[in-house]
Design a protein around this ligand. Structure first.
Ligand code: SAH
Length: 220
């Protein structure tokens, strides 16, 4: 194994610093902070030239025009989901698999969908190799959700949605939550929808974030 494919004490030290900085930026959910201390983010960088940057609080490219989200963004979305152990969570936009790994470390049962075949083909075996064998990866269009495995306690969208996908709201359990960045401009508003009942949805709006767009259909 090459040195950059291991989790060394240097990586662990960098990770501790990153988590401390995220805590200072306002993330207080211990479950989120502990999970991010555990997940070796540098091993999710497909390009070894980027490994040095893995513990900066920045997004970086993972190929196919996509990015691994900024750690603060991952932390914010994870905190907004109010994850409890054993909950069933659907993630839209697997990308590198990093966010899925964080949710899994938080105790969630994770299902994740990616529309870009090449990313799906790289990330599924990577997650297995890193020991995240219970994360279920799917190649598909997140606008459809995952009806076969619905309902979910929580749904997390990690790409900028042009509108709220109705099917995702339908696939939530009662009192389930959907966390989703909404908007078609440069910046999106982070929103959280809570399903009070089949006919009543509570909507909350949070800060602005920058995501790659949620696109319809699959890319082969
Ligand atoms: N959660 C990822 C972030 C990846 S960026 C991580 O931790 O690395 C967003 C991802 O959403 C990209 O990989 C993009 O291809 C994917 N995506 C965009 N639209 C999608 C859709 N309709 N269904 C599934 N995935 C989608």
């Amino acid at each position: 194994m090459k040195n950059d494919q291991q989790d060394t004490s240097r990586h662990q030290g960098l990770r501790k610093r990153l988590v401390e900085s995220i805590h200072r930026k306002g993330i207080t959910d211990e479950n989120v902070l502990q999970a991010m201390l555990k997940v070796p983010r540098h091993l999710f960088a497909f390009d070894s030239a980027l490994i040095e940057r893995a513990y900066d609080d920045t997004a970086f490219p993972i190929g196919e025009g996509q990015t691994i989200s900024q750690p603060f963004t991952v932390a914010t979305q994870s905190q907004m989901l109010e994850v409890k152990k054993g909950e069933k969570i659907l993630e839209i936009g697997t990308g590198s698999g990093y966010q899925a790994a964080v949710l899994n470390e938080m105790g969630a049962r994770v299902f994740t969908i990616e529309r870009v075949k090449l990313l799906f083909q790289k990330t599924k075996p990577l997650l297995e190799k890193l020991g995240y064998t219970s994360i279920k990866c799917f190649y598909g269009d997140g606008f459809d959700g995952l009806p076969t495995f619905a309902p979910f306690d929580k749904i997390l969208v990690t790409a900028a949605a042009p509108f709220i996908p109705e099917k995702l709201l339908e696939q939530l359990k009662q009192s389930g939550m959907l966390v989703i960045p909404v908007g078609e401009g440069d910046l999106q508003v982070m929103k959280r929808f809570t399903k009070i009942s089949a006919s009543e949805i509570k909507e909350e709006a949070f800060d602005a974030f920058r995501f790659v767009p949620m696109l319809p259909g699959k890319k082969s």
